[in-house]
Design a protein around this ligand. Structure first.
Ligand SMILES: [Zn+2]
Length: 149
């Protein structure tokens, strides 16, 4: 016997047991499979394991328009977000926050007008371009919101 996670068109996921995988194919082709929740006979194998994400929201799938990207915090996306949050925390712990005067401060450090230190802050794209042209090395990080906000 073999168990499959199956899914109807309304995204009800359910488990069904089959003699073997060809038995699934036969029953699916014969239209013998039906969703226990809504009775739909449009059944296919569910590609995803049950959601393990931290959001705990029930999975009402968003209607995706072509060309739009949506990120849900499933396990993998959650890990990436956690990595970014950790990065943010490290930066906040180890660097001085200089706010919108980042470009100014970065220049001072670059030209030795002030003690070298790690800073972070905001800068406009024009300032960022200018800094790059002057050879000031800095990076940009995606700033993710705190978990609680
Ligand atoms: Zn259903």
């Amino acid at each position: 016997m073999i168990v499959f996670n199956l899914q109807c068109r309304k995204n009800h996921v359910f488990e069904a047991w089959f003699r073997d995988s060809s038995a699934y194919d036969e029953q699916a082709e014969a239209g013998e499979l039906a969703c226990p929740t809504c009775g739909s006979r449009k059944i296919e194998k569910a590609l995803m394991a049950p959601r393990l994400g931290p959001s705990g929201k029930s999975g009402h799938p968003v209607d995706e328009e072509p060309g739009q990207k949506a990120v849900m915090e499933t396990q993998q996306a959650g890990e990436a977000m956690n990595a970014l949050r950790e990065l943010r925390e490290k930066i906040e712990r180890n660097c001085d926050y200089v706010g919108p005067s980042f470009a100014e401060e970065a220049r001072k450090i670059h030209y030795g007008e002030t003690d070298p230190r790690s800073i972070y802050g905001e800068t406009s794209s024009e300032d960022a371009e200018a800094l790059k042209e002057e050879g000031v090395s800095f990076g940009r990080v995606p700033w993710v919101p705190d978990r609680d906000s």
